[in-house]
Design a binder for this molecule. Structure first.
Ligand SMILES: [Zn+2]
Length: 251
């Protein structure tokens, strides 16, 4: 059975802090245990076996051990993948940091399943290799993380009268529902074209691979990205420093 205080899981490093002379505090999005923070003792020493596996956006096999003082330590970190390309582009890097901040805010501590990790790994891969438009990746992360936290918006039809197929609808970011122009007359929300509603619905529902493969014409990318962002900011009632930074570097 091994030591009950020790377990292994793969995970993605979301955040680092320096502590002590050569230690790190590492926040990891794990496959089986949600988001965990743990000490990586001596990890900043160049020759430490924890050095490379505890860097930003490193995907690694981690071994965690709970000490006598209940503090969690990382005792092993075997690198599986490093998203090097992110560090060469300020826009990509700040988007990745925004995804990391959202994950820390939204992912429940336990029983989130492995979708959050698969979501972030796919997003970082597509972002670093430029395999998908950045606005699509961002929208997928925002809507699917909202789903992992239990508040997928209902894009199924007007929440007032049930009508579908209107030319445009209003997304009520607080309630997570859409309204037709009539029912939404007094709703302060985001006006979305029928095409944008359809794209956002396909991203939110169905499996993750399908969400990243949704076909979204360029003219709708900004529309869905702005709407998903407003939705997530409204739902979490906070701002994100990486998103603010992204806006300052992206003209
Ligand atoms: Zn209506």
């Amino acid at each position: 059975m091994g030591d009950l205080n020790t377990f292994s899981t793969d995970g993605l490093v979301l955040k680092l802090r320096h502590t002590g002379e050569s230690d790190r505090i590492v926040t990891v999005l794990t496959r089986d245990h949600g988001v965990l923070s743990a000490f990586a003792k001596g990890a900043r020493r160049p020759k430490s076996r924890l050095n490379s596996g505890t860097q930003s956006f490193c995907f690694a096999d981690f071994t965690f051990k709970t000490g006598r003082d209940d503090a969690m330590n990382i005792t092993d970190a075997a690198v599986k993948e490093v998203f090097f390309d992110l560090n060469q582009d300020l826009v990509k890097l700040s988007l990745a940091q925004y995804f990391a901040q959202l994950a820390q805010e939204l992912i429940p501590p336990e029983d989130a399943g492995d979708e959050p990790l698969r979501l972030l790994l796919n997003a970082l891969y597509f972002l670093s290799k430029e395999k998908r438009p950045a606005d699509l990746i961002k929208t997928v992360v925002e809507l699917r993380l909202a789903g992992c936290a239990g508040y997928t918006p209902d894009f199924g039809g007007c929440a007032g009268c049930g009508v579908v197929g209107e030319q445009f609808m209003i997304l009520d970011c607080r309630e997570g529902v859409i309204f037709c122009p009539d029912c939404g007359r007094n709703v302060r929300g985001v006006r979305l074209s029928a095409a944008a509603i359809g794209i956002m619905r396909r991203i939110s529902e169905g499996d993750l691979a399908a969400a990243f493969s949704v076909s979204a014409p360029a003219e709708h990318l900004r529309e869905i990205s702005a709407a998903a962002e407003r939705y997530i900011l409204t739902q979490t009632e906070r701002g994100y420093s990486a998103l603010d930074f992204l806006k300052s570097v992206k003209i």
